[in-house]
Design a protein around this ligand. Structure first.
Ligand code: BGP
Length: 462
């Protein structure tokens, strides 16, 4: 049994614009919902500066090239291209990402670009956000604009980052709770936007390939009780397959439709939707995986749904359907996120056998409170251990027949965690955010940087 990965396996690393760039209003950029939302944690408010990747991208890309990555997954800030979501193009924004792309190509690193990663333009949010059809039109125009601007050099695109997490964890991601009826109309508009992106990418970019990028966590039943299995089926269908069935099959599945009906939710279709759904499909599936989820059937004493559902905590519940359950067989990290490497292999096999499309993992990683030593080292052996266990599951999935084409962990460089700000670090590269001295924003290579560098070079686990 070989331990090496396929010869052209795409070792990468990932970031998002709003969590790394900073320069939140520089060079014509408009405000996104991430710039305007109220946050109850000072660190998380640091999105305005983040880790200054906007100005330091050349240094960061040089470090990533030194680490040896083949692909770099990053997102374009819509509000750098269209400050108000639509209208006049901001040429400085177009030029910035053109320069980033050229810098990557200089090192023979393939860009994998996410069109939108949680940072909807505030101007569109003010008109109703993903709840109104005009936002779909604005997204399509934005996607066409960047396809035309970069399609000569960028052949791999991801649509909208984790629409499922964005809607399931609306309060944490967007700073507001969305009522169920509105949530699934937004879901439909997000998914129709994605279908348009599939269509226009294939029409505008020669050899262009595009995929959805949901967060997929296989759902386990808490016990062998039939009602717990039913709860797991519901949460799998609502959290995972509702999104990918729409992307890859062009339809809603029956469990999801039953869930909507039982919640008295009906989705409004536009006349062109049915044809769009059934005619335009992805070339691959990008998958973000952090852990699996365990649920049980809520009982009378559980009271009403608290509505919040999240990949790393048990405070998920929708009355009558599912309720989070602390899995006693799984460990947790410092931030209460469950760790389940075996769950990655089962998730990959389940996803591949359902959709039969190539898969690239575009997020997987361990958030931790890394310590910078006096001599500028970061001994993140815990992150190496996490990644090693998950990469081994990837290898096993490939050997079992899964067409896994790449692994691009979260995150290339320390960035601002959505939930915990800069204190929760994921990067191979440490960023000193100690704004009280001249080392502000200095980059340091963690132990995991060197470990990943040697893994990529050997194309197998050490
Ligand atoms: C994913 C998002 C990423 C990042 C990641 C880690 O759902 O796609 O943008 O936020 O979660 O989560 P956090 O930032 O909360 O630590």
């Amino acid at each position: 049994m070989t331990h090496t990965f396929p010869e052209n396996f795409l070792w990468g690393a990932s970031i998002s614009a709003h969590q790394t760039e900073g320069a939140y209003n520089a060079e014509g950029k408009g405000l996104s919902v991430q710039d305007t939302r109220q946050r109850d944690n000072h660190d998380i408010a640091d999105f305005t500066v983040a880790v200054d990747h906007y100005h330091r991208y050349k240094e960061d890309i040089r470090l990533l090239a030194e680490m040896g990555i083949k692909v770099f997954r990053f997102s374009i800030a819509w509000t750098r291209i269209f400050p108000n979501g639509r209208g006049k193009v901001n040429d400085l924004g177009i030029q910035h990402y053109s320069d980033v792309i050229d810098e990557l190509l200089k090192y023979d690193i393939q860009p994998y670009i996410t069109l939108n990663h949680f940072d909807l333009p505030q101007a569109l949010e003010d008109e109703g956000g993903w709840g109104v059809r005009t936002t779909v039109d604005a997204f399509v125009h934005y996607a066409e604009t960047v396809f035309k601007a970069y399609g000569d050099r960028v052949k791999h695109w991801l649509t909208i980052n984790e629409p499922n997490i964005m809607l399931l964890v609306d309060k944490k991601i967007l700073g507001k709770e969305i009522p169920l009826r509105e949530k699934y109309q937004q879901f439909h508009h997000l998914m129709i936007s994605e279908k348009y992106a599939f269509k226009r990418c294939h029409e505008l970019i020669e050899g262009g390939k595009i995929g959805p990028v949901p967060n997929i966590s296989l759902v386990y039943p808490a016990t062998s009780k039939p009602l717990d299995n039913q709860a797991a089926l519901y949460f799998n269908s609502v959290r995972n397959w509702a999104y990918l069935d729409f992307s890859c099959f062009g339809r809603y599945n029956t469990v999801f439709k039953d869930y909507l009906n039982r919640n008295d939710v009906s989705i409004t279709f536009a006349s062109e939707d049915q044809e769009l759904m059934e005619k335009h499909f992805p070339d691959f599936v990008a998958m973000n995986f952090y852990t699996t989820v365990t649920v049980e059937k809520p009982t009378e004493r559980d009271g009403m749904a608290n509505g919040i559902s999240d990949q790393q905590s048990e405070d998920i519940m929708e009355w009558g359907f599912y309720k989070g359950f602390t899995n006693p067989f799984l460990k947790k990290n410092q931030f209460n996120w469950t760790i389940d490497p075996d769950g990655l292999k089962t998730t990959l096999q389940t996803l591949y056998d359902r959709y039969h499309l190539p898969i690239i993992i575009t997020e997987n990683g361990l958030g931790a409170k890394d310590e910078l030593t006096e001599d500028g080292k970061i001994h993140d052996d815990y992150r190496i251990d996490y990644l090693e266990q998950h990469i081994d599951q990837c290898r096993q999935a490939i050997e079992a027949g899964v067409d896994l084409i790449g692994y691009s962990p979260w995150s290339a460089i320390d960035l601002i965690s959505v939930h915990e700000g800069i204190s929760k670090r994921y990067g191979f590269i440490y960023v000193d955010r100690n704004e009280h001295d001249e080392k502000e924003m200095h980059r340091y290579k963690k132990d995991s940087f060197y470990w990943y560098q040697s893994l990529i070079k050997a194309n197998q686990l050490p």
